[in-house]
Each structure stands twice: as structure tokens, then as C-alpha cells.
Design a protein. Sequence first.
Length: 189
Amino acid sequence: MRTKSGREIFSYWNDRRGSRTAPARADIDPSAIRHLLPDLFVLTQMDDGSLVFRLTGTRLYNLFHRDLRDNAFNALWQEDSAGYACRIAQGVMERARPVLFDIQAESATGLASQEFEMLLLPLAAQPDSAPRLLGALVSDQPLQDFGQPFAPLTLRSSRLLEVPVTHSFFVPPVSLWTKGRTVPFWERG
């Protein structure tokens, strides 16, 4: 991870999960990460399998000039990235493995460009609730001007995040998808 905010969010999530594969939603205390809340969101998987934003931080509202709550996750993406992003996010929920996306975004007019990282962190499934994940959209360079909304995002690459060996499982970082092609396991580093 390149961003300080991303590392802080991942560290908090990892501490909250302890020896489990993922923390429960109830384990996440917003007051403990108050300074990170603008970058955070929660996705929920609906009965039809689609992913919907349940909670979104204020920075997401500022970036896209609209409230994303109750909107489909796939609407955030360029058409050629939406399917991959949604399948990977569903995999995060199903397999309880954290993932990091590298993303490119442009303003609606195309005059400004920004690179982002998106963390997708699983939350433990609860018996009477839909699967969820905690996400964050962060960038190295803070954005000062929110005068123009960003156009749908482009997914550049994704990779599983390594969970420290001191916890219950270890997943080495691998590339899942890079620039339009899936990387076979025998080509992964």
C-alpha cells in the first residue's frame, strides 16, 4: 500500500479481527477511526447478488458530487472495469480475503486525473444479515478542489493483501487482474 491512510485502515481492521479471518461489523468502532471516516464505505450484498453502498464517507460524496448510499457498486466504474470490480468484491465477502485495487480516475471534463487505492476488507458474516465489507477510497495526494465530479473509475490492477503470519491465515500478495487480463497462477510472483 502506498498511502498512509490505507495502511492505517488496514492495520485497524487487522487488529480488530485478531485471530479470526475477519472482524464483525460490531467490532468496528467509528470513534476509534474518526479521522478516516470520510474515506470509508460499507458495501452490502443484496439477495440478487448485486453490491450496494450502505454507508459512505463525505469524501466519496465530494468526489462524485452525489450521495452513493443505496446505489449500486458497479455504477462507480467504467463499463470495462465494473464486472471485474464487482466479482472481486463478491470474492472478498465469500472468501474473507482482503484486496487492494489500484484505480485511475478522471474528472467528468477529463481535465484532472487522480490515482487512488481502494481497500476491500471483509466483515464476518452474521446469521441474520447480508454479507458486508468495509472499503476505503484513498489517494497519496489529497484532493483540494472538488469543483468537478469524477467520472466512473478505471480498475488498473488488484491484489490480495498479505495478512501477518501471527494471525490465523496467510495469503501471499498476488496479482488477480492486470490491465485487462487475468494472470494465471503460474505467472504470479
